[in-house]
Design a protein around this ligand. Structure first.
Ligand SMILES: C[S@@+](CC[C@H](N)C(=O)[O-])C[C@H]1O[C@@H](n2cnc3c(N)ncnc32)[C@H](O)[C@@H]1O
Length: 241
């Protein structure tokens, strides 16, 4: 692929309107690269033409949204993070609480939340847990609802514990209530610093006291203290205030 072309602010606004994505919140190099790929894939000349195509062709719009959103995931992706959840983070977040409320924010096809569900089942805590998965893309949630990943079909007892919601973390409201554990892994890496900070603040605002925020293994908070969080393990923070 030729090197990505720097898109003008006007072109990005047009593309944002047509795609329904807040493109200015995503990293510039990521968006430029995704736009270049889309030009090649759709056989169009420039971002203006791409915006017009996306505005009229639902398939092209979905392809573009999916490409910017970056749907890469898997059951027990980064397994050491699930070991950490089982060994330290879930017991820490549970404290004396009977019920754990767990939210996978940017859950992709649901495999992240099912992995947590399997860990909870092993710990004997699944039946009292509330689990929510949310994602920007409705098509991901349809896969999550089915709970089939290749040869693996997740049991109805596990699927029954899960709730799925379409939610744009950059614009929509946060889900109601306070959460004992929030996983937001490998989404903010595609955001500009300001949007990333704002997202982390909003997640932190719905974290219960003593609750845990788990980021992806290449992610960290720039200033956990300022958000009332303490670092408890690599990429994991606990709300202290
Ligand atoms: C790279 S995947 C990470 C999935 C999972 N958390 C993991 O680590 O395996 C990023 C996910 O974030 C979702 N996403 C991207 N932008 C989003 C937004 N603004 N609001 C909600 N979800 C978003 C994408 O649709 C995608 O499913």
């Amino acid at each position: 692929m030729p090197s990505p072309v720097q898109q003008s602010a006007g072109a990005l606004h047009e593309l944002a309107r047509a795609s329904g994505l807040n493109l200015l919140a995503y990293r510039e190099d990521h968006v430029n690269e995704r736009v270049s790929r889309a030009l090649e894939r759709e056989g169009v000349e420039d971002a203006g033409e791409l915006a017009r195509l996306i505005a009229t062709a639902p398939d092209a719009r979905e392809r573009f949204r999916r490409s910017v959103a970056m749907v890469v995931t898997g059951l027990f992706r980064d397994p050491e993070q699930f070991e950490l959840l089982e060994r330290e983070l879930l017991p820490l977040a549970a404290g004396a609480r009977r019920q754990l409320r767990i939210w996978s924010a940017g859950c992709a096809d649901g495999s992240e939340l099912y992995s947590v569900g399997i860990v909870l089942a092993q710990m004997g805590r699944l039946d009292s847990a509330g689990l929510l998965g949310s994602d920007l893309l409705q098509e991901n949630l349809a896969v999550a609802e089915r709970g089939i990943y290749g040869d693996v079909q997740l049991p109805p007892s596990l699927r029954a514990r899960m709730r799925w919601e379409q939610r744009d973390l950059l614009g929509d409201s946060m889900p109601a209530g306070k959460w004992s554990v929030i996983l937001c892994r490998n989404l903010a890496i595609y955001l500009r610093d300001e949007a990333k900070r704002r997202l982390h603040e909003r997640l932190c605002a719905v974290l219960a006291s003593g609750g845990v925020l788990l980021l992806g293994r290449s992610e960290r908070l720039s200033d956990p203290d300022a958000m009332g969080l303490e670092s408890v393990a690599p990429h994991a923070y606990r709300r202290i205030a």
